[in-house]
Design a protein around this ligand. Structure first.
Ligand code: COA
Length: 380
């Protein structure tokens, strides 16, 4: 991909309501100790009444646009990656388009399980590179609490709700989204799935009674698959981008389980400091996990201009994928002064003016005193 689609904005949103491991042990036969040692998760955020995938996506998108200093009317493409849309149709992306007032944007949802954000970023970067679009919002958002079986201890301890978003924009500078790799294996579809509610098993009293509208998962198989594909996709995307593992600054994997993250780091021979993790505080938020982690990593200063970052995901489908990003500005600053630079210049000038005023005031006082003393001496 000879693309110059740069990440120019980022944002995240998690609901206020926090569910700690201790509270889960009141619902099912589990313990804080089991959850922490087997998954690394301490707590997760759950949507409150009235909060939906679209409303959380909207919050993350608004923040990302603020960081990018762009107005909604400048967005011409919105992709929402989600497995928990507000409705089967209209798409959640269309709801977000309306909420933010992106009157010029095309909008669609994308379903690739927990790899959804990686698929979305890759698709958006390619659509921008084709010249058809200039600015895209890519969002990963989930309300997994709505499809979690709160009586199944093997799954309910894992998931959380939230949303993350990035704005990508074309620019003449080299860097940005350098390469992507995407994969799928539909033969593993029943390792992680939501059996009913689609055309194959429409909703009926029977599907409800059999609890087929909740996540069903073979945990150990997902675990093995995850460690394997994180390794393979990371190496592949770096190779496509023309780099080696030693060039990498930060790996941002899908946040599913701390043990998966650590096993993948070991298999890639990367120190844990180079692998971002926040699963402890959010649990697995599926398609939202990578953009939430990416936004947090930038906010915490873990990603700086010039850094090489790989985001890597895996999930239902089965799907997997990775994106390599050189963290750069889309435009050279001297050519077009960014608004932020203009603001900085404005504050510098204001500071200069106030210092000059203080100096002049000081000189005036000295002059008055000297003049007064001079007059006094002359009188004497
Ligand atoms: N609390 C206490 N015990 C639990 C439990 C819970 N929440 N969940 C499962 N157990 C029990 C099991 O019943 C089993 O008991 P048994 O030995 O008496 O049969 C025992 O713990 C071990 O279960 P197992 O499934 O082998 O545990 P594990 O070490 O594989 O951990 C997962 C389970 C789900 C945490 C782990 O397999 C995992 O994280 N897999 C990947 C899941 C994932 O990432 N999914 C999303 C992908 S996008």
């Amino acid at each position: 991909m000879s693309s110059h689609a740069h990440v120019v904005g980022w944002g995240k949103y998690v609901p206020q309501r926090v569910l700690k491991n201790g509270e889960l042990s009141e619902l099912v036969d589990t313990s804080d100790e089991w959850i922490r040692t087997r998954t690394g998760i301490r707590e997760r955020h759950l949507a409150e009444d009235g909060e939906t995938t679209a409303s959380m996506a909207f919050q993350a998108a608004r923040q990302a646009l603020e960081v990018a200093q762009l107005s909604p009317a400048q967005v011409d493409l919105i992709i929402v990656a989600t497995a928990t849309p507000d409705h089967l149709f209209p798409s959640t992306a269309c709801l977000v388009q309306d909420m933010i007032g992106a009157t010029r944007a095309a909008a669609f949802d994308l379903s690739a399980g927990c790899t959804g954000f990686i698929y979305g970023l890759s698709v958006a970067a390619n659509m921008l590179s084709s010249g058809a679009y200039q600015t895209a919002l890519v969002i990963g958002a989930e309300t997994l609490s709505s499809i979690t079986d709160w009586t199944d201890r093997s799954t309910c301890v894992l998931f959380g709700d939230g949303a993350g978003a990035v704005v990508i924009q074309m620019g003449e500078n080299k860097g940005g989204v350098l390469a992507a790799t995407l994969g799928s294996d539909g033969s593993g579809g029943d390792i992680l799935w939501l059996p009913a509610g689609g055309s194959r098993m429409p909703t009926s009293q029977q599907t409800i009674d059999q609890r087929l509208h909740f996540i069903h998962m073979k945990g150990r198989e997902v675990f093995r698959f995850a460690v394997k594909v994180i390794h393979e996709a990371t190496c592949e995307v770096l190779q496509k981008a023309g780099y080696a593992l030693s060039d990498l600054t930060l790996l941002i994997p899908h946040q599913a389980n701390q043990r998966i993250i650590e096993a993948a780091a070991r298999s890639l021979n990367l120190p844990l400091e180079m692998v971002y993790s926040n699963v402890e505080w959010y649990g697995n938020t599926s398609a939202a996990s990578i953009p939430i982690a990416l936004s947090e990593a930038v906010e915490k200063g873990r990603i700086q201009t010039g850094d090489l970052v790989v985001c890597v995901g895996f999930g239902a489908g089965l799907t997997w994928g990775a994106v390599a990003i050189r963290w750069t500005r889309p435009h050279s600053v001297p050519v077009s002064l960014s608004r932020r630079a203009l603001r900085r210049l404005h504050y510098s000038l204001a500071r200069f003016r106030s210092r000059l005023r203080r100096l002049l005031r000081g000189l005036f006082v000295i002059w008055i005193k000297n003049g007064w003393n001079g007059d006094q001496r002359r009188h004497e």
